[in-house]
Each structure stands twice: as structure tokens, then as C-alpha cells.
Design a protein around this ligand. Structure first.
Ligand code: ASP
Length: 318
């Protein structure tokens, strides 16, 4: 049997253990497990990695617990500008949208662009219009807002006025969702979706929709989805760098992904993490913060989720 594998993240901006109620932690972990099952259904029936990562990301975009879609961060003007990308490692086809405000599931708009093939990236109102013209669900911007994000914006703006923004917790700063998969045909895919960081300037675009930076997949090498301050992921072209280290230097996924997070990005003192899967179904999920919402299903079918150091085994699906 050819290996299949799936890994997801819900961002490295995880609260202190005490920052959420027990019920909220359990709900967030349950949503991670649902996202994994949604992707696994596709993979276990012989479906495409591309469809699996999209299915997983949609569940995370619809969950209020993660910074993407419903529950996304607010920018400095109190508005949502969402970024997303998806990439097919088999063909290197990709689609991406940035600063969109009305598409319920930005990853679907990225996928529509991938299928279209003539464009790769659309931004702002033009991307919203494109999604509408392609029959995707359009929502009022307040669909994305949750009380927690409104409170977090107030806290970040208070930090800014007090000159203490750098000391804000990782949870106050950012988050993202993403998925990577290997399918039974040996193809890899990655997808990422985010509200960016809280209190970001209007018009700021992060790494998630930048192919090669926050989202990247190349058959034979790996698929990567990142989380953390996007400017640095773009400067280090993180996804492409990991794939290239595997391809050119024959490094293991674990080593290449760990080098980017724990060495290359470490010098900037930023929160950073990623999930990645290679052509054999190995999974890596390094992060340098107190926690990263994450989960995976190994080729054996073992489904696990985690927020901080402790990993919860949920079930075996094979
Ligand atoms: N990478 C995202 C961005 O820079 C934010 C995050 O993952 O924390 O937009």
C-alpha cells in the first residue's frame, strides 16, 4: 500500500494554557480532529492531496477558534483582510488571494484560481469579485468577527499606545491555519489561510499567499504550510528553502524544517512554526513558541492533535 499522510496547523499564536477555558481547549482540539478527518476521507478513498488540504482548511476556516475565515484577526482599522493559497506539488500549479474581505472560504477562491490556470494571484476587491463571479459564497465582513478578536484588537492597540507591542503574547499577535498532504499517487499539496496578525496595517500582505514562502509543495520533496510573522517567512522563502534542502542536499524533512524554524528564523526573535510532509509520508511540525495548534494522521492512520507540548492520540483510522 502506498503511504498517505496529512498534517495541519491552527497557528503558532497559542494562548497560555490558562488563557482559554477547558471547554474552549477541547472545542479547538475537536475542530482540529474534524479537519484531519475531512482531509483523510479524501486521501483514504484514493483522492487527491489537493482536495484533502482544501477540505481540511475549510473546516479550520469555519471554526471560530483559529485565525482564518470565521474568527480571523482584525487589522488596525478594525477590518478583516484575509490571505490564502493552495499549491499542487504534482504540477506546481497554484492559486492565491490576498486582502480579501467577503469570501467565506478564501481557500476556495485560491483553488478556483489554481484551476483557472491563467492567473495565479488576485488581491483585494478584484479577488472578492472573482470569487463572486465563480459562484463562491460571499458573506458580510462581520461574519468573520468574534468577540475574542475584537477584544484582542483592543489589547494590541493599548499595547501600541503604551509602547509595549513587542511584549504582547503570541496569541495576541497572530495565527493562521494550514494543511499539507501526501496522496496515494505520491503527489503532495499544501494550503494555508489567515487573517494575518492583529492590528496589522490595512493592505499588509503576509507569507501565507506567497507561493514558496508560507505555502509550497513540490512532488518528490515536500509540502509546507507556515505560521509566524510572515515578513520573515517571505525573506527566507521558507517553503521553497525546505524543499530545496531536501532535493539538493538530501536532508531529511525533520532536519530541513527544524533548521528553518530553530536556526534561520530564530535570530529574529519571532514566533514561528510550520507543518510539512515529505514524499515518504514523514511529518514534521516544528515551532518555537509555547504552543502551536497542530495535528496529523500518519501513514498508519493514527490521528493525533496538540496545542502545547503534550500530544493527544485520538484514534486509529486504518
Ligand atoms: N503568517 C501569518 C502572516 O504573517 C501570521 C501567522 O501565522 O501568525 O500573515
Amino acid at each position: 500500500m502506498k503511504p498517505i499522510a496529512l498534517a495541519i496547523h491552527g497557528g503558532c499564536g497559542v494562548m497560555a494554557q490558562t488563557g482559554l477555558s477547558q471547554q474552549e481547549w477541547e472545542e479547538a482540539r475537536a475542530d482540529l480532529a474534524s479537519a484531519l478527518r475531512a482531509g483523510w476521507v479524501v486521501l483514504s478513498k484514493g483522492g487527491r492531496a489537493l482536495d484533502a488540504v482544501q477540505a481540511a482548511v475549510i473546516v479550520l476556516e469555519d471554526s471560530p477558534h483559529f485565525n482564518a475565515g470565521h474568527g480571523a484577526a482584525l487589522n488596525a482599522e478594525g477590518e478583516h483582510e484575509l490571505d490564502s493559497a493552495i499549491m499542487d506539488g504534482a504540477t506546481l500549479a497554484a492559486g492565491s488571494v490576498s486582502a480579501v474581505r467577503r469570501i467565506r472560504n478564501p481557500v476556495k477562491a485560491a483553488r478556483a484560481l489554481l484551476e483557472d490556470g491563467s492567473l495565479l494571484m488576485l488581491t483585494g476587491p478584484a479577488a472578492d469579485r472573482y470569487a463572486e463571479e465563480h459562484g463562491l459564497e460571499i458573506v458580510s465582513p462581520d461574519y468573520f468577527t468574534t468577540q475574542r478578536r475584537t477584544d484582542t484588537l483592543k489589547t494590541m492597540q493599548a499595547h501600541e499606545r503604551a509602547g509595549t507591542a513587542a511584549s504582547a503574547s503570541e496569541a495576541e499577535k497572530h495565527g493562521t491555519v494550514g494543511a499539507v498532504a501526501l496522496d496515494s499517487a505520491g503527489h503532495l499539496a499544501a494550503a494555508t489561510s489567515t487573517g494575518g496578525y492583529t492590528n496589522k496595517p490595512a493592505g499588509r500582505v503576509g507569507d501565507s499567499p506567497i507561493i514558496g514562502a508560507g505555502t509550497y509543495a513540490r512532488d518528490g520533496a515536500c509540502a509546507v504550510s507556515g505560521t509566524g510573522q510572515g515578513e520573515f517567512f517571505i525573506r527566507h522563502v521558507v517553503g521553497h528553502e525546505i524543499a530545496s534542502r531536501i532535493d539538493y542536499l538530501d536532508e531529511s524533512l525533520e532536519h530541513a524544517a527544524g533548521k528553518l524554524i530553530h536556526l534561520d528564523l530564530a535570530r529574529y526573535n519571532i514566533g514561528a512554526g510550520l507543518v510539512a510532509v515529505d514524499a515518504k509520508g514523514n511529518i514534521a511540525a516544528p515551532f518555537n513558541t509555547d504552543g502551536m495548534f497542530r495535528g496529523w494522521i500518519t501513514p498508519d492512520g493514527d490521528l493525533s492533535v496538540a496545542s502545547h507540548r503534550e500530544v493527544f492520540f485520538v484514534e486509529r483510522l486504518r
